[in-house]
Design a protein around this ligand. Structure first.
Ligand code: HPA
Length: 285
């Protein structure tokens, strides 16, 4: 049985943050692999290491520094998760949802989730940003959901809808800003796999057939938790690499299977684009 997440645990974590940061954030922001430099743009930052927050899952992955930054960005009070935890690190899905619950208790109304993702759609290019239109919860279909266990009625209903999980108005705003700023973007479906291994060529062909455009190892459990609480969500995937779906020797000269260093490097190159986009969205909220 997973460790159950209780209201008492959530309230303890929320109180610990409030004691350090005297600000009611309106927007939550989660920064994925290689994208954490964006948190350095927060003004009047109060930084709280995940390890200082009771019950908070601590991120152990290189490229995920693991702290909460509370402060102002584009005149919006924000709480930024600089790094995140993943299921493959050994946490339960409930624990992966824990920070979202805490951000809900801190008062956020909007959550902007970012991640690094592999392009499954053959038309995608590294360096593009995919505005997430919908997701496929492949891991959840097999039973791994952050909402397992007694429903926390304070947040939302037992059976929340995932229709329009990615807020249409926020997606339209992101599209408009990307066009205005000349940021190369796509709109597509994100699929969440458990990882930590990258996909086999046959995995990639399967993902393509079932309608995925980009693949990663996060985001979906966080979005489900946020939607359970009625928080409006915008999801942005930085496409760090393209998955071909053929064994490497069959590919063009010089082709490489994905690796974490490549993801971090491409993530760093995506930071300025994501920053422009996120700043634009915050300034129009
Ligand atoms: N697969 C899964 N997750 C990822 C990838 C990938 O190719 N790139 C970045 N995150």
């Amino acid at each position: 049985m997973d460790p159950l997440i209780t209201m008492a645990m959530l309230e303890e974590a929320t109180a610990a943050i409030k004691q350090l940061a005297d600000l009611t954030p309106r927007v939550g922001l989660i920064l994925g692999s290689g994208l954490s430099p964006l948190a350095d743009a927060v003004e009047m930052p109060v930084r709280v290491d995940f390890g200082q927050i009771p019950h908070f899952p601590v991120s152990t992955v290189q490229g995920h520094s693991g702290r909460l930054v509370v402060g102002m960005l584009e005149r919006q009070p924000v709480v930024v998760m600089q790094g995140r935890s993943h299921y493959y690190e050994g946490y339960s899905m409930g624990q992966i949802g824990f920070p979202i619950r805490v951000m809900a208790l801190l008062g956020i109304q909007v959550l902007i989730v970012t991640n690094a993702a592999g392009g499954v759609n053959m038309a995608y290019r590294p360096g593009e940003i995919m505005i997430i239109r919908d997701h496929i919860n492949l891991v959840g279909m097999a039973g791994l959901t952050p909402l397992r266990g007694p429903n926390l009625d304070q947040f939302g209903p037992r059976f929340p809808s995932m229709n329009d999980a990615y807020d249409p108005a926020l997606r339209e705003l992101a599209r408009k800003i990307a066009l205005d700023e000349g940021i190369p973007f796509q709109q597509g479906v994100y699929i969440c796999l458990a990882g930590p291994n990258f996909e086999s060529p046959a995995d990639v062909r399967f993902l393509r057939v079932i309608g995925a455009d980009a693949v990663g190892m996060s985001t979906v459990p966080e979005v489900i938790t946020a939607r359970h609480s009625g928080i409006r969500v915008l999801g942005l995937s930085g496409i760090t690499n393209i998955l071909v779906g053929e064994p490497v020797p069959l590919r063009a000269e010089g082709a490489q299977p994905p690796n974490h260093e490549e993801v971090l490097e491409a993530g760093a190159a995506l930071v300025p684009r994501l920053e422009l986009l996120v700043r634009g969205i915050l300034s129009e909220l």
